[in-house]
Design a protein around this ligand. Structure first.
Ligand SMILES: [Zn+2]
Length: 468
């Protein structure tokens, strides 16, 4: 079996084959955040999906180089600088740090390169110069430099835009625009008063780069003119990614990215997320409500990336329950495994879970199917555990296998957990109360333990403390 992915460029499930002749190295570029505010969970759905894709490629044996840019100059940032008076570097530095903190909370693997746009102005100017030399870009009377879509025959290949919908010669200077205003787009935006002290000198006068040229320049600098995989949220297909392809391919004459993967939108309670509907959440909002990064990671990745994800609090509660089920399973296995090593070959019926997991993920990274396979597996093994039918060496081997699955899932594997001393003391008091037949006190202590996040299970071997 080999990995197949839905490529927005071909509109097909394509077999994934890297450019590298040895078939080993894979270059991934993912469009990073525009750092003018905290990223919201819709943004993080895409980042979490990209993390999953990268982790699975590594699981599959590829050597991945992952580049994620930081867009630190762009229309929305400039607007915020104008509104708040906070200097550009300070504003973008603050929100870049917050973004990277959020990524850690979700256990997203850090990209190998995290280039900032403002550190790559020379690369952008050089790319624009090439486009000018090739005659596909021009400076307009407003002094800004535009890409002429009429000069690039393959324009519209990603979004599938027909030539008759295009308006070459009509110009759009905004970084984000609708298909209706499709036309020549800005590579270099001439300075105007609204830009304040933000600007760089260029052969075409003072100004700043357009958003799209930032990603073309940075991806090609770190991954080469052609690379394997470019990802983003589906809102980036047009104009951002369409324009990236046009600029890059017009400049180099080579195909830009081979595969384009796009993650579907996230809804909250069935509605588009909006401050107006009171359903707009940053990751921080949810952490403040007491959810963990791990629970939110589960929620964000558990639905296949091309299906819309409807985010609800019931959904996060379900994720919490699913993780508890996994943790409980692993803790039980650890108890059974004891000091046994995991070298024992797994019985064929057990080893099949690995094939099931891989077959699901090979099918366009179908994580929901992969989780289904894992939960069926947990159910079957739990049954055998209850019958004391899992030998220690097998339990250890299953734990090893799970560690490997977790390199993709990123949920973390709980270590054997010991209750802190005050919890153990409370449990002992409850035991004493029960012995004294003071069931009221025993129940009170049980509730107190519950409030502290622990439950007591009365087993044949006596009471056992467990994390809620
Ligand atoms: Zn981008």
């Amino acid at each position: 079996m080999s990995l197949r992915v839905f490529n927005t460029l071909s509109r097909n499930l394509d077999e994934f084959r890297p450019l590298d002749p040895t078939g080993k190295r894979v270059g991934i570029y993912t469009c990073g955040p525009t750092v003018y505010d905290f990223a919201h969970i819709g943004n993080f759905r895409a980042f979490a999906f990209e993390d999953l894709a990268r982790r699975y490629l590594v699981y599959r044996g590829y050597e991945v180089v992952h580049v994620m840019n930081i867009t630190d100059v762009e229309d929305k940032i400039i607007r915020k600088v104008r509104e708040t008076g906070e200097p550009l570097k300070q504003l973008t530095g603050r929100f870049t740090a917050a973004f990277l903190d959020d990524c850690r909370a979700l256990n997203l693997l850090p990209a190998h390169h995290v280039p900032r746009a403002t550190d790559h102005i020379p690369e952008m100017l050089s790319l624009i110069s090439t486009l000018m030399e090739k005659g596909v870009a021009y400076q307009a009377p407003d002094k800004s430099v535009y890409f002429s879509i009429a000069k690039f025959a393959r324009y519209g290949q990603l979004k599938k835009i027909d030539a008759d919908q295009m308006r070459p010669g009509e110009r759009v200077k905004l970084d984000e625009y609708e298909k209706e205003s499709l036309g020549d787009f800005a590579l270099w935006k001439a300075w105007d008063e609204a830009d304040g002290d933000i600007g760089w000198d260029s052969p075409w006068g003072r100004g700043r780069p357009g958003w799209h040229i930032e990603c073309s320049a940075m991806s090609m600098k770190y991954l080469g003119e052609s690379f394997d995989l470019h990802c983003g949220g589906e809102d980036l297909v047009f104009p951002h990614h369409e324009d990236e392809i046009a600029q890059s391919e017009a400049a180099t004459g080579k195909p830009f990215s081979r595969y384009w993967l796009h993650c579907a939108y996230l809804l909250v309670n069935g509605q588009k997320m909006s401050k107006r509907f009171g359903n707009f959440f940053t990751l921080r909002d949810l952490l403040a409500k007491g959810y963990t990064g791990r629970e939110l990671r589960y929620t964000l990745i558990a639905e296949h990336y091309r299906r819309q994800l409807n985010f609800t609090f019931e959904g996060v509660d379900a994720a919490r329950a699913s993780l508890a089920r996994i943790d409980e399973f692993l803790v039980k296995l650890r108890e059974v495994a004891g000091n046994a090593a995991g070298a024992a070959p797994l019985p064929p019926g057990v080893a099949a879970v690995k094939d099931g997991f891989e077959t699901a993920l090979d099918d366009d990274l179908n994580i929901s199917a992969a989780l289904g396979v894992l939960f069926n597996f947990i159910r079957d093994i739990n049954k055998r555990l209850a019958e004391h039918a899992v030998p220690p060496a097998e339990a250890a081997a299953i734990l090893d296998l799970w560690q490997r699955f977790d390199t993709v899932l990123g949920f973390g594997v709980p270590q054997a957990q010991e209750a802190p001393a005050d919890i153990v003391a409370l449990a002992a008091q409850r035991q004493a109360a029960r012995k004294a037949k003071d069931f009221k006190l025993a129940d009170q202590i049980r509730d107190e333990l519950k409030a502290k996040g622990w439950v007591i299970e009365d087993t044949a071997k006596g009471p056992k403390l467990k994390r809620l």
